[in-house]
Design a protein around this ligand. Structure first.
Ligand code: UDP
Ligand code: MG
Length: 317
C-alpha cells in the first residue's frame, strides 16, 4: 500500500458541543489539509440534546468530506468511538475529542510518524493535564490508580487521541465485546506504537460531560473488562480469613480447656461483622462479573444509528 496517497479519517465523538463544534472543525480542517492526504471527517453525535446535530448537518451540507452520524440516544463516548471506527474508510484513522482539548496541530506530526516511521499506532500522551481544576485532576489520578491495580493497565497520561493504521482499526472492529474501553483495547491489541507528547488545552467552550458516577462506572468497567484480578482478590481474602480463624480458633480452644471460657462476646461480635463484610464484598465482586456476562450474552449492538449525513448506513463495515 502506498501510504502517501491514502485516505485519512478523523473520528470525532461529540455530545452537546454545539457551542464549539464549528470552530473545532475549521481548526481541524486547517491541519488535516496541511498533511496533503485526502481526508474525511466523521462526526458522531452521541445523542446530544442541544443543537449539535443541526451544526453537523450544516457543516456536512458545505462539504462532502464532512460526514455525520446521529446515534439514537446517548451511548457514551466509548460507543461513539466504536461507531466512528466502524464507519471510517481511511487507511489511517485519527480519533480525537470534539472540544479542541486535543490540539489539532499535532495531526500532521502524527501522520508523518505513520508515513515515515511506519508506526501502526501513534499515541498522543499528555505531558500534563492542562489547567484542569484541582478536584478533577485528583479524580482522574484516583481513577488511574484504581485501574492500574485492578487491571494491570498503565493508562496514566494516555488519552483517546490516537492515530490507528487500517489493520489496527480492523482488529478493533473484530472485537465483539459490548462494554468497550478504547484505551485498554488499544493497549491490549499490541502493534508498533509511537508516542507523541502534548499538553491538554483548556476546554474552549461547553462543559466536561463526565460526572463522578460515570467515571466510577468506567473504572469498574475497565478493571473488570481487562482482568479477573478482583476475583482472585476474593480468594486472597478467603485465605486471610482462614488464617485469622485458625489463630482465634486455637485461642478459643485453649481458653475452653483451661477452664476460662466465659467472656469472649467481643470476639464473637467482631468475627460476625468481619465475616459478614467479607462475604458481602465477595458477593459484590462476583455480582459485577455476572452483570458483565449478562451484558455480553444479550449481544445487543454497541450503538444504534438514527440517521447519517454524507454516509450510507451500508458504509459501516
Ligand atoms: N462525549 C461523547 N459522549 C458522552 C460524553 C462525551 O461523545 O457521553 C465526547 C465529548 O463531546 C468530547 C469527548 O467525548 O468530544 C470528551 O468529552 P469531555 O470533554 O466531556 O471529557 P474530558 O475532556 O473531560 O475527558
Ligand atoms: Mg474535553
Amino acid at each position: 500500500m502506498n501510504r502517501e496517497t491514502s485516505l485519512l479519517s478523523i473520528v470525532l465523538p461529540v455530545f452537546n458541543e454545539s457551542g464549539i463544534l464549528k470552530k473545532s472543525i475549521s481548526e481541524i480542517l486547517k491541519h488535516v489539509k496541511a498533511t496533503g492526504l485526502s481526508y474525511e471527517i466523521i462526526i458522531i453525535d452521541d445523542g446530544s440534546t442541544d443543537k449539535t446535530w443541526e451544526t453537523v448537518s450544516s457543516l456536512s451540507g458545505d462539504s462532502e468530506e464532512i460526514k455525520g452520524i446521529k446515534l439514537s440516544r446517548n451511548f457514551g463516548k466509548e460507543s461513539a468511538i466504536a461507531t466512528g471506527l466502524q464507519f471510517a474508510a481511511g487507511d489511517a484513522v485519527i480519533v480525537m475529542d470534539g472540544d479542541l482539548q486535543h490540539p489539532p496541530e499535532l495531526i500532521p506530526r502524527m501522520v508523518r510518524l505513520w508515513l515515515d516511521e511506519k508506526a501502526d499506532i501513534v499515541e498522543a500522551v499528555k505531558d500534563d493535564r492542562g489547567d484542569e481544576p484541582f478536584m478533577s485532576s485528583l479524580r482522574a489520578k484516583v481513577f488511574y490508580v484504581i485501574i492500574k491495580y485492578l487491571s494491570g493497565l498503565k493508562l496514566d497520561n494516555s488519552s483517546d487521541f490516537k492515530l490507528l493504521d487500517r489493520k489496527v482499526v480492523d482488529a478493533c472492529n473484530q472485537l465483539s465485546e459490548r462494554v468497550r474501553f478504547f484505551r485498554g483495547i488499544i493497549s491490549w491489541l499490541g502493534f508498533r506504537k509511537v508516542k507523541v507528547p502534548f499538553s491538554v488545552r483548556k476546554r474552549a467552550g461547553g462543559r466536561s460531560g463526565w460526572s463522578t458516577g460515570q467515571l466510577i462506572k468506567l473504572a469498574i468497567d475497565a478493571s473488570t473488562a481487562f482482568s479477573s484480578i478482583p476475583l482472585h482478590f476474593i480468594t486472597v481474602l478467603g485465605i486471610i480469613t482462614l488464617a485469622l480463624s485458625l489463630i482465634i480458633g486455637t485461642q478459643t480452644l485453649y481458653m475452653k480447656f483451661s477452664g476460662q471460657a466465659v467472656s469472649g462476646f467481643t470476639t464473637v461480635i467482631i468475627l460476625l461483622l468481619f465475616i459478614g463484610s467479607v462475604l458481602m464484598l465477595s458477593l459484590g465482586i462476583i455480582g459485577i462479573y455476572i452483570s458483565r456476562i449478562f451484558e455480553e450474552v444479550k449481544r445487543r449492538p454497541v450503538f444504534i444509528v438514527e440517521k447519517t449525513e454524507n454516509l450510507k448506513a451500508t458504509d459501516s463495515k
